[in-house]
Design a protein around this ligand. Structure first.
Ligand code: ACO
Ligand code: ZN
Length: 225
């Protein structure tokens, strides 16, 4: 198979001896048979999951030099819904979400970013909401050895005052090897433009739910600019 398609990563002590697979992005230790078995399993499932064959009546909402965006709506044919569910499962797995039930499946809009190589390298799940609680910025705490732990803590401080919002982003994900190329930014831009017919939503009208550290860094940056 194509597992030779790898490279040794040079990320210092922490990942010493680790390999990153160039197709699925998994980091593992080649010396460990257990790791390698886990990789093979992940590799196949992941590549199958992000494979995009395309549909005759796909809804293309944006086109870019490096791919396009496709929107899947709740009333779409079964194969489209199935793909949306499969990708959501992959994303939830990576985010560590376990069997989270969508609050209202009939209002979910799933956006895919499909690369020119026909892979789903970005996914955004948006739903209509009425209100949101703003995440408050952290007070300036002095540097401490615990900083890392604090920064990776999930419980951000939230305002207790609800604010009107229209579009809730419940998941945003970009394939690990394609990050920092503006894919997430472009996906949110397109959502703001297509979520509600005829309006361009302001950054105050969109809300990110339960952000991860990556998600928070992205959202903070996005909403400022
Ligand atoms: N660290 C610091 N700044 C960041 C990061 C980061 N990890 N990610 C994005 N930013 C900021 C940068 O300023 C960036 O601009 P720059 O690259 O010119 O400096 C700007 O946001 C725009 O970033 P994009 O390239 O558009 O973001 P990307 O395509 O890399 O996707 C995402 C960001 C979706 C958060 C990605 O890192 C990811 O999939 N992470 C894992 C899954 C995850 O945690 N998703 C968020 C869950 S929370 C939720 O779904 C509501
Ligand atoms: Zn792999």
């Amino acid at each position: 198979k194509d597992f030779k398609d790898q490279m040794i990563i040079d990320a210092g002590q922490k990942h010493y001896g680790a390999i990153i697979c160039k197709s699925c992005g998994m980091i593992y230790t080649a010396a460990s048979p257990e790791d390698e078995a886990q990789h093979i399993q992940h590799h196949q499932r992941f590549l199958e999951g992000i494979k995009y064959v395309g549909w005759k009546k796909e809804r293309v909402v944006a086109e870019f030099w490096d791919g396009k965006m496709v929107l899947v709506l709740p009333d779409d044919p079964k194969y489209a819904i199935k793909k949306a569910e499969d990708v959501r499962e992959l994303v939830d797995n990576e985010l560590g979400f376990k069997q989270i039930v969508l609050s209202c499946p009939s209002k979910i809009k799933t956006y895919f970013f499909v690369s020119n190589e026909r892979k789903i390298v970005g996914c955004l799940i948006a739903e209509q909401i009425k209100q949101a609680f703003r995440v408050l910025s952290e007070p300036n705490v002095p540097q401490s050895p615990n900083q890392d732990v604090l920064q990776h803590h999930r419980a951000w401080r939230c305002s207790i005052k609800p604010e009107a919002a229209i579009c809730g982003i419940s998941r945003i994900w970009v394939f690990s090897l394609m990050r920092r190329r503006g894919i997430a930014r472009r996906m949110v831009d397109v959502v703001r433009n297509t979520f509600m017919y005829g309006c361009y939503l302001s950054t105050d009208e969109i809300a990110f739910s339960d952000p991860t550290p990556d998600g928070k860094l992205f959202a903070t940056k996005y909403c400022q600019t």
